[in-house]
Design a protein around this ligand. Structure first.
Ligand code: BES
Ligand code: MN
Ligand code: ZN
Length: 478
């Protein structure tokens, strides 16, 4: 999709549709005689999701004038503006409209562009008979704007395209995206955007002692990979090195503690934490924050089989602590702890991980908020501020030590699960915390946010790319 900025008067911009967001009770009746008619009849009042199309409007260069309900003015945040642009794009492209000129105020230009690019994305690469439609051109029209807005437009395009890159990765099924394929995609992205990409293979991880990660990987014919992608600014800020750690299980059968077959196909998206970290690095490489940022992405396939790890197996993590694997389906935390240890050894001062870690987080928070767990209030505040600005909702979760007491182990230093299901997302976080070595750390459990089983008006169903924007914002506004 081609994205442009226009500073011209709205009436003079040529497009299939000129879209004017309209707040409730604030109809622009002077624009066109038909608008007063719409208001009087009650057909259009500016409520969210309302759309009204006026064809061949006299006095306009565009073929259609489209009024888009923006809801109440005092509720119209950046997040709402992003959704509005996405909803408009999805609704109009479904009617085969190819070019949209979208009128926005300067302050919402970026979110409008993001919403449009995210709204245009479809999970259709593997459909030979594609029935989905795409927009060709999106023109952000800012009549009172200045040419400096080009920078805001570029930033928004970079971020939204990075998020779509994460969605492309997440959309690939387990047979087509193995840990090696993911590493190849990471290498290609890094080469394109000038990032340093190192991939540790199985032998190297064995030499180094990634025992916890390798225990998960051993059941699969697909070898594991561990991606380390570095962004180093020209003049780095001293004393801080942000690590983005992302779980990338390319398929999670559960292993010997096998999952029920119903819904198992969804476990191809168990690499969304890693995809979010990769997407964020793609944007970070272009937007160049002042702090060094490194992504650490452990990738495995979790399979049952004659070589698979057994319940009761004891593995030695990279940090030296032993873990009793009571449930092979609690594999995400097993690969993350070795990644966290490696990140700390590579000089990371702050760790933020994203992982589709537990079904329990969806029980606690539904598909509205990701869970945010931390050992450090200032870092948590930074992450929550970024999340709020970016409209990626996250909710802080408790980390009381009483939860750690549920992780009792007779035969090793730690069990990988607690005795019961109670507080499952929290006990998983308490397990991870044992590998932070006191470094400020935030864990984002994105299991219920990374994939939407139903489409939203502003986003297709499937992978969401959740976390990319928060990661990028965190790095840019450190
Ligand atoms: N990948 C799953 C978590 C998950 C569930 C992600 C649903 C997305 C949607 C994770 O590896 C897992 O299997 N977790 C177990 C933990 C349990 C064995 C303690 C779970 O949530 O059931
Ligand atoms: Mn699992
Ligand atoms: Zn998993």
């Amino acid at each position: 999709m081609n994205v442009q900025l226009s500073l011209a008067a709205a009436a003079s911009v040529a497009a299939d549709a000129l879209v004017i967001p309209v707040f409730e009770g604030d109809l622009p009746t002077a624009l066109h005689p038909w608008i007063a008619e719409l208001e009087a009849s009650g057909e259009f009042s500016g409520k969210p999701a309302e759309l009204s199309i006026i064809p061949q409007p006299t006095g306009f260069a565009a073929k259609r004038l489209v009024l888009a309900g923006a809801g109440k003015l005092d509720k119209f945040t950046g997040a709402e503006a992003r959704k509005l642009a996405g909803s408009v794009v999805r609704a109009l492209k479904a009617r085969s409209i190819k070019s949209i000129a979208f009128v926005t105020e300067a302050g919402h230009l970026g979110v409008a562009v993001e919403g449009a690019i995210l709204g245009d994305w479809e999970a259709d690469v593997h459909k030979l008979n594609k029935d989905s439609k795409h927009l060709e051109t999106f023109i952000a029209v800012v009549p009172e704007g200045a040419p400096t807005l080009e920078a805001a437009l570029d930033r928004a395009r970079i971020i939204a395209e990075a998020q779509n890159f994460a969605r492309d990765l997440a959309n690939e099924p387990g047979n087509l995206l193995t840990p090696n394929v993911l590493a190849a995609r990471a290498r290609a992205m890094s080469a394109t955007y000038g990032l340093d990409c190192e991939v540790l293979d199985e032998d190297r991880m064995r030499q180094l002692g990634f025992g916890s990660l390798l225990g998960v990987a051993q059941g699969s014919a697909e070898p594991p990979t561990f991606m380390v992608i570095r962004y180093t600014p020209a003049a780095p800020v001293e004393g801080v090195h942000l690590a983005l750690v992302g779980k990338a299980v390319t398929f999670d059968t559960g292993g010997i503690s096998i999952k029920p077959s119903e819904g198992m196909e969804q476990m191809k998206y168990d690499m969304c934490g890693g995809a979010a970290a990769l997407g964020a690095m793609q944007a970070i490489a272009q937007l160049k924050p002042a702090i060094p940022v490194t992504a650490f992405i452990p990738s495995v396939e979790n399979m049952p089989g004659s070589r698979a790890q057994r319940p009761g197996d004891i593995v030695k993590s990279l940090a030296g602590k032993t873990v009793e694997v009571l449930n092979t389906d609690a594999e995400g935390r097993l690969i993350l702890i070795d990644a966290m240890t490696w990140a700390i050894r590579q000089g990371a001062t702050h760790l933020v991980d994203a992982a589709t870690l537990t079904g329990a987080i969806g029980v606690a928070l539904g598909a509205v908020n990701a869970g945010a767990f931390s050992n450090d209030q200032p870092l948590l505040d930074r992450v929550l501020t970024a999340s709020k600005k970016q409209g990626e909702k996250m909710w802080p979760m408790p980390m009381d030590d009483e939860y750690k007491e549920l992780l009792k182990c007779a035969y090793a230093d730690m069990p990988n699960i607690s005795g019961g299901r109670a507080g499952g997302a929290i006990t998983a976080a308490k397990f991870l915390e044992e590998w932070t070595e006191g470094k400020p750390w935030v864990h984002l459990d994105i299991a219920s946010m990374a994939w939407m089983t139903d489409a939203k008006p502003f986003l297709s169903k499937g992978p969401t790319g959740f976390g990319v924007r928060t990661f990028v914002d965190l790095a840019l506004h450190w």
